[in-house]
Design a protein around this ligand. Structure first.
Ligand code: SF4
Ligand code: SF4
Length: 318
């Protein structure tokens, strides 16, 4: 049995909606088969008002062991560091978060807002939002760079906007079944098992990428990197291997990857022209190139490949 408390800060509930659609395993299987005991959750919890406050106080006092503390949404510190923009159970939510994180065996941040600040933390960040242990790429965030939960692990970050439900349900299973030692995390605290490969791995449009064939938003065929800003080659996530609803992914649905599992999301702070658009120098050279390539190296390689693929198309059509 593992007690789970799930709270929300600066959140749209998107990660909760995603989580409720988990399939491998489902939320019901988590409870029935894997011993997850959800102490409270803002959407499905039965307790109200003082009952929730008392439940959290019991966790903090140790009367109720808190095995896994899940947080969704940004930590709101505004205005002026008081956190009173996000009041919950008669105190700023951030104060509950600090105390609950201090007694939990494991702390799990779900979604981009809880992990890295996400959309609420976009400049000028009026709510003074931050992530649990990062603000964008910078380690620290609300709990500080040196925070570790009682288990000895720092905050386990499961980013995404929203994150894939099975990433969450499988991490909860690993913890509840005593396999937390298998959870290896990367420099941004993402479990490597889900975030070692790029979204491009498994993308059905990769042939178009290799041959520099332009696709388009909502259009079958071609690759979404060249015109509509797909970030698949720069984004670590398993979206094209662990499919959404066991069926599809953004790029399979002809929608560019927005790079939501990277700490820079939303990239370029949503500046006009940065979304659904490949930003280019001189209208030709992409400003961002696939991870692992230098810009110059990529431009030279891409130019040669483009010429080569055009000549192949020409010779095939003869
Ligand atoms: S750039 Fe995007 S659409 Fe193109 S192959 Fe990579 S992931 Fe697929
Ligand atoms: S395809 Fe890209 S934007 Fe979509 S969920 Fe995966 S990482 Fe996020």
């Amino acid at each position: 049995m593992a007690n789970v408390l799930w709270l929300q800060g600066g959140a749209c509930s998107g990660n909760t909606m995603s989580f409720l659609n988990a399939q491998e395993p489902t939320v019901v299987e988590l409870i029935v088969d894997f011993g997850i005991n959800i102490l409270w959750h803002p959407t499905v919890g039965l307790e109200l008002g003082d009952q929730v406050g008392n439940l959290m106080k019991k966790c903090i006092s140790g009367e109720t062991p808190l095995d896994i503390f899940v947080f969704e949404g940004s930590i709101i510190e505004g205005p002026h560091g008081t956190g009173t923009m996000n009041y919950f159970a008669e105190r700023p939510m951030k104060d509950w978060v600090r105390e609950l994180a201090g007694v939990a065996q494991f702390v799990v941040a779900v979604g981009d807002c809880a992990t890295y600040g996400g959309i609420p933390a976009v400049d000028p960040n009026p709510s003074e939002s931050t992530g649990m242990q990062f603000l964008k790429k910078n380690k620290g965030g609300f709990l500080g760079a040196n925070f570790v939960a009682k288990s000895g692990l720092p905050v386990i970050n499961i980013p995404g906007c929203p994150c894939h439900p099975d990433w969450v349900s499988q991490i909860l299973v690993a913890i509840a079944t005593g396999r937390a030692g298998d959870i290896l995390i990367d420099e941004y605290h993402r479990p490597k098992t889900f975030f070692s490969t790029y979204v491009q791995s498994g993308c059905t449009k990769v042939n178009g990428f290799a041959n520099k064939i332009e696709g388009g938003f909502g259009k079958k065929g071609g690759c979404l990197f060249y015109e509509v800003g797909c970030r698949g080659p720069m984004t670590k996530a398993s979206c094209n291997n662990i499919l959404w609803n066991r069926w599809s992914s953004k790029t399979r649905a002809n929608h560019p990857c927005l790079g939501c599992t990277e700490p820079g999301f939303p990239h370029h702070d949503l500046k006009p022209g940065s979304v659904f658009n490949t930003m280019k120098y001189l209208g030709v050279f992409p400003k961002e190139v696939p991870d692992g390539d230098s810009k110059l190296g990529y431009y030279v390689k891409a130019g040669v490949e483009k010429v080569f693929s055009n000549s192949k198309v020409g010779s095939y059509s003869k």
